[in-house]
Write a protein that binds this ligand. Structure first.
Ligand code: ADP
Ligand code: TRP
Length: 322
């Protein structure tokens, strides 16, 4: 049987963090054998917030290096830059013309930006249509993401259905793939970890950064002997991600009392360092050969574009543009 297609992307808007990894990116690696995987760097989407061309270029290549360092294999996964497939912008325009403003006004990202008094440019408002185009133009069956992107995948399905209803069957309805136990990794302040909130632990952090981040995790003021919560506790949620054999023991000591936050943080630092060091070293190696990384993106971009062009010619025909 032909493999199903998987599509996902990450915006090049800052350093990748453990939330990106445990929520979304580790799925890319785990699924690259069983799916026809297409993973991209969402540079068009980054333009909604990033206006420095040099920074955008640097962050784009940095994410490509991150993808390789976590274990994406370019022989198995098509790695590319979103802007190497400009057909998605054309498709997003067509979607704009069948989608209403009131419908898009319900999107969380837009409502959030309004609530926080951030600039709402038209690109930000229209963000879900471009994302729908990324997914639908490649006939994706599955979209591995974190919880915050679930609504965007639902909008993608709605848009596919609407197009199919108006113009006849054209698009596959994709499913989101969300890992329930790590769907929203908290940041060191307890809110959702995000590149834009300044509360991250970088996935490729140095030993010093790991220590600084862990020491800044916000805890309550319970003493060593007091029983502590495991549910809803940021520090403990990181133990779940990084501890090897000792999790049941840590959990017991939390519940019964007998572990202080200082000791808990020290254990976490040790385990995080052990987990991150090999990833960071692999990334350092990959970063020595930028030309290789650029070549991988170029080749992936051509192949992704080829697929998109074919699909786009059917779509143009169907809507009356050819
Ligand atoms: P950020 O919010 O840090 O800018 P992105 O929007 O680029 O991250 O998200 C890239 C991927 O990582 C998406 O699939 C998103 O759902 C996932 N992700 C981001 N933050 C988290 C988090 N704190 N927990 C789980 N998944 C996350
Ligand atoms: N919106 C996603 C994010 O903020 C990035 C993204 C753009 C994406 N296009 C996509 C994710 C298509 C999955 C599929 O993280």
């Amino acid at each position: 049987m032909a493999k199903k297609t998987l599509v996902s992307g990450v915006k090049p808007t800052g350093r990748i963090h453990i939330g990106n990894y445990f929520g979304a990116m580790r799925q890319f690696v785990a699924l690259q054998d069983s799916y026809h995987a297409m993973i991209f760097i969402a540079d068009y989407h980054a333009l909604t917030t990033e206006r420095n061309p040099k920074t955008l270029r640097e962050q784009t290549i940095a994410i490509a290096m991150d993808y390789l360092a976590i274990g994406l294999n370019p022989e198995k996964t098509l790695l590319f830059k979103q802007s190497d497939v400009p057909e998605v912008v054309e498709l997003a325009w067509i979607f704009n013309c069948i989608t209403t403003m009131p419908y898009l006004s319900r999107a969380h990202a837009y409502k959030d930006a309004l609530a926080k008094d951030k600039e709402v440019n038209v690109g930000l408002f229209d963000y879900p249509m471009l994302m729908a185009a990324d997914i639908l133009i490649q006939d994706a069956d599955a979209v591995p993401v974190g919880q915050d992107q679930k609504q965007h995948v639902e909008i993608t399905r709605d848009t596919a259905e609407k197009f199919n209803r108006i113009y006849g069957d054209m698009f596959t309805l994709p499913e989101h793939l969300i890992l329930s136990e790590t769907e929203t990794v908290p940041g060191i302040d307890g809110k959702k970890m995000s590149k834009s909130y300044g509360n991250i632990i970088p996935l490729f952090a140095s030993d010093d950064e790991i220590e600084q981040s862990v020491m800044s995790i916000v805890t309550d003021s319970k003493g060593v002997g007091e029983p502590k919560n495991t549910e809803g506790d940021t520090l403990f949620s990181y133990h779940r991600l990084f501890s090897t054999g000792e999790l049941p023991e840590i959990e017991r000591r939390y519940r019964e009392g007998g572990i202080g936050y200082k000791e808990s943080k020290e254990m976490l630092i040790k385990n995080m360092r052990a987990f991150i060091a090999p990833l960071r070293e692999r990334r350092e190696d990959i970063a020595k050969d930028t030309a290789r990384v650029t070549a991988i993106l170029e080749k992936g971009g051509e192949r992704a574009r080829e697929r998109a062009r074919k699909k786009m010619s059917f779509i143009r025909e169907r809507v009356g543009l050819s």
